[in-house]
Write a protein that binds this ligand. Structure first.
Ligand code: GDP
Ligand code: ZN
Length: 426
C-alpha cells in the first residue's frame, strides 16, 4: 500500500488538483487531530448538544416548509426513493434554518464581507475562495491563482449554527486566511444560492449539505451499455424541479445507437417539455461542443448511473481533467463507513462540474402519490378527468389515459409515471 492509500483524506487525481501528504505535513498537530477523528467527534458533540438545547427549549427546527410547485401547492421536500438520502434544498429554506439556528444558538456574527472576522489574527489577509472538497473538517479551497489550498475551518464556524451537520460544503464561497506554512483557515462561509443536501450518514435525523451554489443538474444517461433508463431520467427531473435547479439531459454513447433518429424519437418528449437534450459520444466527440457550452459559466452537478460515461464526458470536454476521486473512509461509533465526497472541478470556460459519487441516484422519498402528477406538466394538457382526485392509473374517463392513447402524451413518460406512482407510499 502506498502512503497515499492510507491517507484518509480525499485525493483528487489530475485536473491540477492534487494534494499530497506533504501539503499537510507542515501541520502535524492538525493532521494528527483529524487522523484521530477528534475534530469530527467534537463537531458531532456540538451538534448534538445544540440539538438537545433546542429540544429543551422546545425550539427544534420544524420540518421543511411546505413549498408549492406549479399547481402542486404541496409539500415538495424530502427524498426520492432511489437512493433515499438525497434532496436539494433551496436557499430560502436553508436561510430560514440558519436564522432560527442563529437566534437560538449564537450571538449575531459580524461576518459580512469587509467587516472584521471573529477569531482570526489576520483579518487583513483574508481573501475569497471556492471550496473544492471537504473531508472530516479539512477542506481544499481554490485560491485566486486557481491552485488548491488545504484549509481547516475556524472553530467559531460551527455546524449547529448552520442548521446542517456540516458548516462547509463543496461549492461554498468562503473567506479564508491563507495562514502560514501552506495551510489556510476558513473564516466565514458566504450566503449560499442553493444547497443540495442529503440525510447525514451518521446522524440520520439531520441533513448534510453535499453541494452548495449549484446552478443546474446534468442528467447523463447512456443510450446503450447500460441501456437507457427513462424512468431514472424522469426521477432526476423531478428531483431537479423540486430543488429549483435547472436540468439538462445528455444522452451519451450515441455511437452505439443504430440511428440517431431513434435517439431523437426517444428524447422528443423532453424537448417538447422544453429541456435541452444533448446527444453525445465521449468516444467520437459528437455533442461535446454543445456540452461544453452548456457547462460554461455554471456550476453543474453531474448525476446518472455509474457507467453512463460522466467522467468520460468531462474528460472529453476538457482533456486532461479527470473527476475520479479515491474512496474515503470514515470511522464512527457504528463502525466503518465509506463516505462519498462531492468534489468540484473548475473548467477552463469558467464553469465547474461537481461529481457527487454518493448521490448519483438521488431519491424522491417524501414525494406523495397525489403530488406526482404535478411533476408531469404535460398532464395538464389532457382533458379533465371524471374524478377530481383521479390518479390516472385505471380510473374510468381519465383524460390523461385518453391523451396517452391518442399520442398527445408520450407513452414513455406515462409509463415512468405509473412506475414511480407504484413505488411511492400511499
Ligand atoms: P461514469 O461511471 O458515469 O463516470 O462512466 P465512465 O466515464 O467511467 O464510463 C463507463 C464506460 O463507458 C467506460 O468503459 C467508457 O470507456 C465507456 N464510455 C464512455 N463514454 C462512451 C461513449 O461515448 N461511447 C462508448 N461506446 N463508450 C463510452
Ligand atoms: Zn386521470
Amino acid at each position: 500500500m502506498s502512503p497515499q492509500d492510507s491517507w484518509p483524506f480525499v485525493l483528487l487525481h489530475g485536473g491540477g488538483v492534487q494534494l499530497s501528504k506533504q501539503d499537510f505535513s507542515k501541520h502535524p498537530e492538525t493532521v494528527d487531530r483529524y487522523l484521530r477523528g477528534a475534530s469530527r467527534q467534537e463537531r458531532r458533540g456540538q451538534i448534538e448538544s445544540a440539538r438537545k438545547k433546542a429540544v429543551r427549549r422546545n425550539l427544534e427546527p420544524k420540518g421543511p416548509r411546505k413549498k408549492g410547485w406549479d399547481a402542486l401547492g404541496e409539500e415538495a421536500w424530502d427524498d426520492m426513493g432511489l437512493d433515499a438520502n438525497e434532496r436539494i434544498m433551496p436557499i430560502d429554506e436553508n436561510d430560514r434554518r440558519k436564522d432560527l439556528a442563529r437566534a437560538v444558538f449564537a450571538p449575531p456574527r459580524e461576518t459580512e464581507l469587509g467587516t472584521s472576522m471573529p477569531g482570526t489574527d489576520h483579518p487583513e489577509t483574508a481573501v475569497r475562495g471556492t471550496v473544492l472538497t471537504v473531508n472530516s473538517g479539512l477542506c481544499t479551497v481554490e485560491t485566486g491563482d486557481g491552485s488548491p489550498l488545504p484549509c481547516t475551518i475556524r472553530s467559531s464556524i460551527t455546524a449547529a449554527e448552520t442548521g446542517f451537520t456540516n458548516a462547509v460544503a463543496a461549492g461554498d464561497e468562503v473567506i479564508y486566511t491563507p495562514g502560514v506554512a501552506g495551510a489556510g483557515i476558513i473564516e466565514q462561509v458566504l450566503p449560499r444560492r442553493s444547497a443540495l443536501t442529503r440525510q447525514d450518514v451518521f446522524l440520520k435525523h439531520l441533513r448534510q449539505v453535499v453541494v452548495a451554489n449549484a446552478d443546474q443538474v446534468l442528467i447523463v444517461a447512456s443510450w446503450r451499455e447500460p441501456v437507457i433508463w427513462l424512468e431514472l431520467i424522469d426521477r432526476y427531473l423531478i428531483a431537479a424541479r423540486r430543488s429549483g435547479l435547472g436540468a439538462v439531459v445528455c444522452v451519451n454513447k450515441v455511437d452505439l445507437a443504430e440511428s440517431l433518429a431513434e435517439v431523437d424519437g426517444a428524447m422528443q418528449p423532453y424537448r417538447e417539455l422544453g429541456f435541452e437534450v444533448i446527444k453525445a459520444s465521449a468516444r467520437t466527440g459528437q455533442g461535446i461542443e454543445s456540452l461544453r457550452q452548456t457547462l460554461e459559466g455554471k456550476v453543474t452537478v453531474l448525476v446518472g448511473m455509474s457507467g453512463a460515461g460522466k467522467s468520460s464526458l468531462v474528460t472529453a470536454v476538457q482533456p486532461g481533467l479527470t473527476i475520479r476521486t479515491s474512496e474515503v473512509r470514515a470511522q464512527s461509533g457504528e463502525g466503518r463507513h465509506t463516505t462519498t465526497q462531492a468534489a468540484l472541478f473548475r473548467l477552463a470556460n469558467c464553469g465547474a462540474v461537481v461529481d457527487t459519487p454518493g448521490i448519483r441516484e438521488f431519491g424522491i422519498a417524501g414525494l406523495t402519490r397525489r403530488e406526482l402528477g404535478g411533476y408531469f406538466p404535460e398532464f395538464a394538457r389532457a382533458t379533465v378527468c371524471r374524478f377530481a382526485d383521479c390518479a390516472h392509473m385505471a380510473e374510468p374517463d381519465c383524460g390523461v389515459q385518453a391523451a396517452v392513447a391518442s399520442g398527445a402524451i408520450a407513452r414513455s413518460r406515462y409509463h415512468s409515471y405509473t412506475l414511480i406512482y407504484a413505488a411511492l407510499p400511499l
